[in-house]
Design a protein around this ligand. Structure first.
Ligand code: 7TS
Length: 404
């Protein structure tokens, strides 16, 4: 495996205290902490390289452009895309899904056409489609989940119709931790000629991603959830789709030639990248990918699976606990409630013990409605978390429970 003590030294924030208690950071599904190498790489670029990319003939601009395009190649390798042209830099998962919703609906969908999502989606894979529903009259359908928090794929085909033009599904639920069988979903959708977008916000940090093996048409993820900086994310799209879709935003970088009469657009991937990209963040993301790979994705997966298993086992020893999400394939996220203690009270009191968890609806209100609750307490893990931290969490929950 890997030396967890050494790994934790790469993240100085983990050794700080809050309220005089050692920080136990279990809110990694919201965002992960950043290793020194990522911070150093970005500082070094601002200190010694900084210049706008793709437009200067001068040395610094060339060097910044080389770093930015090397980051694109790094991302391509990381998710095993066939071509760098298929890697679009965005601000994050949210922007990536909005890009597809906007461009795909513009020339691939008409009034009455359907997009199929699921009951476990984050709002960023619901609301962009609802905006298109308001604008163009498309219809948003949703695949139900069972009581363990799994998609019932036996009903998948029944949710498709001749009007279904796209399936858009989370790889891993940010509330339930359920790992969806996206390869199978892609096979079933493709059998009906329907493309698939995979929301990889909660999968890219935790497991080996191979977009060609999954077979998906689009895959979206965020840098900040995988030890990279905020403000950068990725949309992978199959070249054949990206060629067909119209630009998302207009401006510099994305054009070939502009006249008052007619404007033509740049080749891929630049057609979808209007304006100055966050080129320092893309370099930071590439450094984060190097970091992930140096620890080893399979090692990280094994470590986090063990943390998830241990956390579930320990939580189940607490009186009155309800765990949401009991899928067989579950990853790095555990949501729960204890008795009738409100999630906000539990989260606030755990915070006073130095334990950072997330509380609330986790940007998945339709899922909360399905579960019949207003929110949960959520612990989510990263490569640097330890069993000792889970022990602190469980002891903290017991202490809070006793107070009520
Ligand atoms: N999709 C999923 C499955 C997510 O978990 C999130 C963020 C997003 C999309 C949006 O990512 P962004 O980087 O564009 O904001 N999830 C969470 C969360 O669970 N807590 O805070 C953010």
């Amino acid at each position: 495996m890997y030396d967890i003590r050494k790994v934790r030294e790469d993240f100085p924030i983990l050794s700080r205290e809050v309220y005089g208690k050692p920080l136990v950071y279990l809110d990694n599904a919201a965002t992960t902490q950043k290793p020194l190498c990522v911070l150093d790489a970005m500082r070094e670029e601002y200190l010694n390289v900084n210049a706008n990319v793709h437009r200067g003939v001068h040395y610094l601009s060339q060097q910044a452009t080389d770093l930015h395009e090397a980051a694109r190649e790094k991302v391509r390798q990381f998710i095993n895309a066939a071509k760098t042209e298929e890697i679009i830099f965005t601000r994050g998962t949210t922007e990536a899904i909005n890009l597809v919703a906007s461009s795909f609906c513009e020339n691939q969908m008409k009034e009455g056409d359907e997009v199929l999502v699921s009951d476990m989606e984050h709002h960023s894979n619901i609301v962009p489609w609802q905006l298109q529903a308001m604008k163009r009259g498309i219809v948003v359908k949703h695949l139900p989940i069972d009581d363990k928090g799994c998609l019932d794929l036996s009903t998948f085909n029944a949710h498709l119709s001749s009007k279904t033009k796209l399936v858009s599904i989370a790889h891993v639920s940010n509330v339930l931790g359920t790992v969806n069988d996206v390869k199978r979903i892609v096979e079933m959708a493709h059998a009906c000629g329907i493309p698939v977008l995979v929301d990889g916000a909660q999968s890219a940090p935790h497991m080996k991603i191979d977009v060609q093996a999954i077979g998906c048409d689009f895959y979206a993820f965020s840098g900040h959830k995988m030890y990279g900086p905020t403000g950068v994310g990725v949309l992978y799209g199959k070249e054949e789709w990206l060629e067909k879709l119209p630009p998302y935003q207009g401006g510099g970088e994305m054009i070939d030639k502009v006249t008052w009469e007619k404007t033509t657009f740049e080749r891929l991937p630049f057609k979808f990248e209007a304006g100055t990209p966050d080129y320092v963040a893309t370099h930071g993301l590439a450094t984060a990918i190097d970091y992930l790979c140096s620890v080893g994705i399979d090692n990280i997966k094994a470590h986090e699976q063990e943390l998830t298993r241990y956390c579930m086992e320990q939580l189940k020893t607490i009186d009155g606990i309800r765990i949401f999400g009991e899928a067989e394939h579950k990853d790095a996220v555990v949501s729960f409630l204890v008795g009738d203690i409100h999630h906000l009270d539990m989260g606030t009191l755990l915070d006073r013990l130095g334990i950072a968890v997330r509380t609330g609806h986790h940007c998945a209100q339709p899922l909360m409605d399905r579960l019949g609750i207003s929110g949960t307490v959520r612990a989510s893990f990263a490569l640097y978390n330890t069993k000792e931290e889970i022990d602190v969490l469980v002891a903290g929950i017991r202490r809070v429970s006793q107070m009520f």
